[in-house]
Write a protein that binds this ligand. Structure first.
Ligand SMILES: *Cc1c(COP(=O)(O)O)cnc(C)c1O
Length: 393
């Protein structure tokens, strides 16, 4: 079925010579996936704990997503946002139904960074203020606006000046946030569990405290659920763990079962958004909306968030039982799990790939595991075993 006409060296040469150069790459050519398994062109099978950086919660080639996309592709790819569309209308109603309470509208776009851009713009419109507060180790995307709220210096420095009025405060330190938010603050943006920054779960006291401070001082509370959303942490949205009520909530990654899509969900404290101030050509395409509808339905019917909670607990328990001096800490929420090492993670990531397990870094010393939520229990045990082997060295 998969007719591969190129040789491996040719593929690697083309990407090496003609890709922009922004990505460091492992020397593996991926060509096919099913569930939590992914294959390279030689037929070598891997357990995929990268999960499209959190975009593959549904697993590869999920039949419900494949069916929805195939049927919609034969009917209508695109319906301009100046018109109504059946599938888009249904998705908007579904998104609002499953979202945390108070989020009644949504702006549809195509990626996480775009969802953050829209949230920052809507916060500015509402408050008529320009200051934004983000957190140290926070990651919110790479376009110029969102990048202004992303912490890591390597990402930001080459592109400064960015958004000028952003300050970064330590995560999980409410007293520092309390000092930072004032009556010129437009928005505070936080993740419920910092992903890229090292898999750092926020505490309930902290997140609810930030929410209360925003309400008290008239700032918009933006919760970035691009990575934590759609079942990853054991609830459909991580905000549900703490009963958070964001003013703006950003989602993307797994929203449409792996098809590109993002959304900014909008709460009642956000003012009316006038026509023409924002927009997206591809945003809310019927194709992506059909995939998202299939995703939401499957997550509910197959109880994928509950599955993430159960398998995530087992993964953490298994990793904690590993006796290896290099392990500093194991932490996570649901199937978003990190192992912080006492040394750099690169060599371990390569060693795990050689053992048939693909994992991703978070910062320089954390191994991050974001397997599809459909991963089998056997595969979870295999991952624990291989990680134990590799870390024990
Ligand atoms: C991945 C990510 C983004 C950016 O999403 P893209 O689709 O890559 O633009 C933003 N915020 C968080 C928390 C993310 O994990």
């Amino acid at each position: 079925m998969f007719d591969i006409n190129y040789d491996r060296d040719q593929i690697i040469a083309w990407e090496t010579d003609h890709e922009s150069g922004t990505y460091g790459k492992q020397p593996i050519v991926l060509v096919r996936g099913e569930g939590a398994h992914i294959w390279d062109m030689n037929g070598t099978e891997y357990i995929d704990c990268i999960g499209g950086h959190g975009a593959s919660n549904m697993g590869h080639a999920h039949p419900a997503v494949v069916k929805a996309v195939t049927e919609q592709a034969q009917r209508l790819f695109l319906a301009p946002n100046g018109f109504y569309n059946d599938v888009r209308a249904h998705l908007l109603a579904e998104l609002v139904r499953v979202a945390p309470p108070g989020l009644e509208r949504a702006f549809l776009c195509n990626s996480g960074t775009e969802a953050v851009e829209a949230a920052l713009k809507f916060a500015r419109l509402t408050t008529q203020r320009t200051k934004v507060i983000s957190t140290m180790r926070g990651f919110h995307g790479r376009t110029m606006g969102a990048l202004g709220t992303t912490w890591r210096k390597e990402y930001r420095k080459p592109f400064e000046p960015l958004l000028s009025d952003v300050s970064f405060v330590p995560y999980n330190k409410l007293e520092r946030m309390e000092k930072a938010i004032d009556d010129e603050t437009s928005a505070v943006i936080v993740e419920v569990v910092q992903g890229e920054g090292g898999v750092n779960p926020g505490t309930a006291d902290y997140l609810l405290g930030v929410e209360a401070l925003c309400q008290e001082r008239g700032a918009m509370f933006i919760v970035d659920e691009v990575q934590t959303g759609f079942g990853r942490t054991g609830k459909l949205f991580a905000s549900e763990h703490h009963g958070l009520r964001p003013d703006l909530m950003t989602v993307a990654k797994s929203i449409a079962g792996g098809i590109p899509m993002g959304a900014t969900l909008i709460g009642e404290r956000v003012g009316k958004i006038p026509g023409h101030v924002h927009g997206s050509t591809f945003g809310g395409s019927p194709l992506a909306c059909a995939a998202a509808l299939a995703t939401i339905r499957t997550m509910e019917e197959d109880h994928l968030p509950e599955r993430a909670a159960k398998l995530g607990a087992r993964l953490v328990e298994g990793f904690r039982s590993i006796e290896a001096p290099v392990v500093r800490e194991v932490r996570g929420l649901g199937l978003m799990v990190g192992i912080e090492l006492r040394s750099r993670s690169g060599a371990y990531i390569a060693a795990l790939a050689a053992q048939g397990v693909l994992v991703l870094p978070a910062g320089s010393t954390v191994l991050r595991f974001l397997p599809p939520l459909v991963i089998e229990e056997d595969d979870i045990e295999t991952v624990i075993e291989k990680v134990g082997m590799v870390l024990a060295g």
